[in-house]
Design a protein around this ligand. Structure first.
Ligand code: CP
Length: 266
């Protein structure tokens, strides 16, 4: 049953403070050190069922969340939206009210951000964003954890994001820049600039300028899920922003390259 206190959600990078993110990173490092693989002393989800409601395909996110719920002591219930009544038009709010009475938490991958906001509001259970058209906050937290694990604090460093700066991952990076205080340089066609503005972001149409001296190079698929009809336009627009060896040479010698995957080579 849903608990009586107000649930805490993670729907956007704006839902978290740096200190909370750092506490999560410490917990993750602790779990990794302990080699937690299906059991351990920290089982905060013991006795709980968490639903994974996915309206889009997923490999990494689905597997890592399912395993995480199990490793934290809970049970994961995977629900493909294609097999739920939402696919026949049942409103998200109705689905949320049903799930909220039966499970203790939800991890949602969907299209519009409003859908996950509706789910969180209507279900009354903790809800986590596993990707919407607007954001992919867990992805970016995991990326920052990875960078810091290998290179130390991201604060004061330069991150270059190439390609579609208007996509969900780019928007979560943009919000993370002010949270973690790093410079974020987008190299993207003007029509695909990010709509988030803060003092930590520089947007440029020059891929060279974006990557010069960068500590971390990041790119994402050019054709996000749901944008397949724009394939030809996007392939042409993003070709000058392809992350390749020549561009990599302009970054710092020990720069890391990250991609949220799946990656399409060539
Ligand atoms: N990065 C990411 O979200 O991957 P999946 O689509 O495979 O979950």
């Amino acid at each position: 049953m849903a608990s009586s206190h107000l649930p805490r959600h993670f729907l956007s990078m704006t839902d978290i403070r740096e200190a909370e993110a750092r506490a999560i990173f410490e917990q993750v490092a602790h779990q990794k050190r302990g080699g937690v693989q299906g059991g351990g002393s920290d089982l905060p989800l013991q006795g709980q069922v968490w639903a994974l409601l996915f309206r889009k395909p997923s490999t990494r996110t689905r597997i890592s969340f399912e395993l995480a719920v199990r490793q934290l002591g809970g049970s994961a219930l995977f629900l493909s939206a294609a097999e739920l009544q939402i696919s026949r038009g049942e409103p998200m709010g109705d689905t949320a009210r049903v799930l909220g009475r039966m499970v203790q938490g939800a991890i949602i991958r969907t299209f519009a951000q409003e859908e996950i906001d509706t789910f969180a509001r209507s279900s009354g259970i903790p809800t986590v964003n596993a990707l919407t058209d607007q954001e992919h906050p867990c992805q970016v937290l995991a990326d920052i954890f990875t960078f810091e694990e290998k290179r130390g604090p991201l604060s004061g460093k330069i991150v270059a994001f190439l390609g579609d700066a208007s996509c969900n991952v780019a928007r979560s990076w943009a919000l993370a820049a002010s949270l973690f205080r790093f410079q974020l340089r987008f190299g993207a066609p003007r029509a695909f600039f990010c709509d988030v503005e803060n003092p930590w972001i520089v947007q440029s149409e020059s891929a060279d300028e974006a990557v010069r001296g960068a500590d971390l190079l990041y790119t994402d698929v050019w054709i996000s899920m749901g944008r397949e009809e724009e394939s030809a336009l996007r392939e042409k627009a993003f070709a000058p922003y392809q992350l390749n060896r020549s561009l990599l040479r302009r970054a710092k010698a020990d720069a890391l390259v990250l991609h949220c995957l799946p990656a399409y080579r060539g």
